[in-house]
Design a protein around this ligand. Sequence first.
Ligand code: PMP
Length: 307
Amino acid sequence: MNIYPFVYFDGQIQPLGNANISIASNSLQYGTTTFCGIRGYYDEGKIGLFRLEDHYQRFMDSSKIMGFNYFIDFKDFESILKAMVQKNELKEDFYIRPFIFSKDQRLGPKPVNLTFELAIFFVKFEHYFPTNGMRLMISSWRKFSDMSFSTKAKTGGCYVNSFLATGEAIRCGYDEALLSDQEGGIVEASVANILISYRNKLITPPVGAALLDGITLRTVIELLKDENISVSFEKIDRSMIYSCNELILTGTAAQISYAESVDDRIIGGLKEGKDHGPGPLCIMLREKFDAIVRRKNPKYKHWLTVV
Ligand code: PMP
């Protein structure tokens, strides 16, 4: 992983090498962090940070849900990121990882007398998922219920669930895992939301299901609205996944990806064999998404913070 040299740590922008924490820190021992992932796109000499305020909002909600005693104003958060963009002299696409954590050396998973703070680092943009068709597997690991962990807070410890599911999928020769909830509804992938084209309808699970309220999916729903295409929020079961025409994965890391197969059932046709390319929905969404992040669609310029 390529990390850019200047990070935010201990309340200031400083070299990555200075940002060190104890092996006994509470957040390392128990995964007591909240985080977000934001994309920065470089075009025509400027960086565009995509939907910064929406990411910030979910980040602060995560901190509140977890009961962390940390809050930062949007303007301050934005200023730190702008200063980091300048200090790192960025001239390419990249990915931003802000997180709230406690470096206090403390054993015990309880939020008593723990101090939480913000740290941020930038990494080089990479395609997290293959850009061609992905081979998915429905994991035997279930997505946790919001009655056990928060599904709406991006909390470090919760991603052990994704780690187990992707571990199983990769060991079995697949690219990525889909997770079902306790009732068998397929809710999302390890780090992405799902949208399927099924019987002439576009369907995604309800926001209140055991899934992260994804900003990329919200973006896609807006783009479809512009085309007078509505999305239904409904339970998706395993058989619907196997028989859908297209399965799209959306996420800041995933961008807009598509499934070639799920559990070896080819998506979008009965034909056997390998990837038959992105379907019409995926092609349309990729094109529109790309135009927005590359500042080619004035209607959505408010979604980009230009530095
Ligand atoms: N679900 C999970 C579990 C995720 O980690 C992510 C990535 N943040 C998403 C969905 C997609 O969310 P977003 O589009 O906001 O990146």
